[in-house]
Design a protein around this ligand. Structure first.
Ligand SMILES: Cc1ncc(COP(=O)(O)O)c(C=O)c1O
Length: 557
């Protein structure tokens, strides 16, 4: 009997070891599945992208290298230099007051400092800043135009970050009338102005969901939706798709830009079977966030000219394929009790009156809104199923999900929101949605034809009224186009040609004027030699070369 005892212990140990091994293998398998569900690009790997970003040293081109960083021949570099000098003179003459006003605040507004530096790739940034500063100030808006401090009128392609869906005059009226409606109450907070009841009813109708909460920004709305999803599912993790922007809260911005890692965020590949597998098999996922504007460029960040180091920017909007993906995502979320959140802060009201749910034909459990919703004032809103919006548990009175905000439901904001929600029902606004996509697809095609006829290596890709500019020939200088566009009287946001946003009140005549100017700008840039490229150049050779420069500067210390 004594001889049997060690055997039993041994068997037990073997058994235990086998169990541990199986558990470990299962863990490794799940970890591998998670890795495989990430997009292979750096955008798909938040931590790695932050680490790599921190290794890139600053270096810049001097006045001579600036014009031939692609080894352009002397004649081409001189043409570029002359074109640049002409633009610099034009900027100096045309924007003196606007430039002076900007220079005065330059060192005092952190936002201005940041956006000014990050308009073009960093190697060129200082010289561009010195010579082509256009200024950040504008005096007024009207129709589809903005006027700067020098009286220059620009066609507005900024869309005010997406707020401007129906034209600035529409918003001025909403703001004024909204304020007039709530003037008697003034800034009283905590209690509600009666217009709030109307807003809630309308948002319930529009979203098809049961409850509403109001916040002050899109970022806050997203924070609240995720917090509620975590509270009700009792799970920790949120899923976002690679490249998708959901505001600047840490958990939804795990990569470059956030000094802290987001420990409870999975960044998965968009439109990917493997991502669905992770959703099906992990038990810690509370919610999935979808930013439907990613349909334009799944798995890539919204493009900015500061990252336009070559012509690799892409876009391939396929509405049917994205709708199909959302349907599959919906099914998996339902099956696994994961909260599906559509972040309509940007595209809500822009794509369709019922936002992306209507546009793609898929229902979400929660929808966040913002930007345009309050008729021009700052806002965020969450609409959701009643069971997900509740902030307390009947059976656990101390277990609450807290959310407040001093300015939530501010009377002025709510007044303008009521105006906005009333006006979008009027025949004039309803009319704008009729054939919306075919109008904007047609305009895009028309401009692309003109660009092709002009022989310039520029094309437009669009998702309804949202555009990105693509470049068809390998070049290191595409970011210069934003300065030629400005010279032609087109106003772009600080991310340059990465995203142009039209308001839906652009008439065909307005659009034709924009198209003329766009073609003129591209032709001028072509004539100045910026799109010369060496034989055999490709985006890959450009990127390799930049990598070599970076490594050389890094090694130099
Ligand atoms: C999809 C999306 N979500 C959230 C946000 C953040 O909104 P806000 O800038 O109002 O905080 C944005 C802003 O661009 C957005 O586009």
């Amino acid at each position: 009997m004594a001889a049997m005892e060690p055997n039993l212990v041994t068997y037990a140990l073997y058994g235990l070891a086998a169990l541990v091994l199986v558990w470990l293998l299962a863990k490794v398998k799940r970890r591998l599945e998670l890795s495989m569900a990430k997009h292979p690009s750096l955008t798909g790997h938040a931590r790695m992208s932050r680490r790599i970003a921190s290794l890139i040293p600053f270096y810049e081109y001097d006045e001579s290298r600036f014009f031939n960083s692609d080894d352009a021949p002397h004649e081409v570099a001189e043409r570029r230099r002359a074109g640049f000098a002409r633009l610099a003179r034009l900027y100096e003459e045309r924007f003196p007051k606007t430039r002076l006003a900007t220079a005065k605040v330059q060192g005092s507004i952190s936002d201005v400092q940041f956006t000014d530096v990050y308009r073009v790739p960093f190697q060129y940034s200082r010289i561009v800043r010195e010579k082509l500063r256009a200024g950040t100030f504008v005096e007024s808006s009207s129709g589809v135009t903005l006027t700067d401090l020098d009286g220059n009128r620009f066609y507005d392609l900024t869309g005010s970050y997406g707020v401007n869906v129906f034209g600035y005059d529409f918003y001025k009226e909403c703001m004024e009338r909204g304020l007039a409606r709530t003037r008697d109450l003034g800034p009283v907070l905590g209690s509600y102005h009666p217009v709030v009841a109307y807003n809630v009813e309308r948002l319930k109708q529009i979203s098809g969901l049961d409850e509403v909460s109001f916040h002050m920004s899109g970022t806050e709305a997203v924070m609240q939706a995720v917090r509620l999803a975590r509270y009700h599912t009792r799970r920790t993790h949120l899923v976002r798709f690679s490249g998708a922007y959901h505001g600047w809260w840490g958990d939804v911005q795990p990569g470059i830009g956030n000094p802290q890692p987001a420990r409870e965020t999975y960044t998965l590949s968009d439109m990917s079977e493997r991502a669905l597998h992770v959703l099906r098999t992990r038990r810690n996922i509370a919610c999935v966030l979808v930013n439907p504007s990613q349909a334009m460029h799944p798995n890539a960040s919204p493009s900015s000219d500061s990252a336009l180091v070559d012509s690799g920017r892409g876009s391939h909007f396929d509405k049917a394929a994205y709708a199909e993906w959302l349907k599959r995502l919906r099914a998996v979320c339902t099956e696994r009790g994961i909260v599906l959140i559509f972040d309509d802060v940007f595209v809500g009201f822009r794509l369709a009156p019922g936002g992306s749910q209507e546009y793609f034909g898929v229902k979400a459990d929660m929808v966040t809104y913002g930007k345009t919703l309050a008729g021009g004032w700052p806002v965020g809103a969450v609409c959701g199923r009643a069971d997900l919006m509740k902030r307390f548990r009947d059976d656990r009175p101390a277990d609450i999900c807290f959310a407040r905000g001093t300015f939530n439901s501010h009377p002025g904001v709510m007044g303008a929101m009521a105006e906005f929600l009333e006006r979008i029902e009027t025949p004039e606004i309803r009319e704008l949605y009729v054939d919306l996509d075919s109008v904007w697809d047609g305009r895009t095609e028309h401009l692309n034809r003109r660009l092709a006829e002009a022989g310039v290596p520029v094309r437009i890709a669009n998702m309804s009224s949202i555009w990105t500019v693509l470049y068809t020939k390998p070049s290191r200088y595409n970011w210069m186009l934003q300065y030629y566009l400005r010279a032609e009287g087109l106003a772009l946001s600080w991310i340059g040609t990465g995203r142009l946003i039209f308001s839906l009140n652009y008439t065909q005549a307005d659009f034709d004027a924009v198209a003329d100017r766009f073609v003129a700008a591209a032709k001028a840039m072509e004539a100045d030699g910026w799109w010369w490229s060496p034989p055999g150049a490709s985006n890959k050779t450009i990127r390799r070369r930049i990598l070599r420069e970076i490594v050389a500067h890094r090694l130099r210390g």
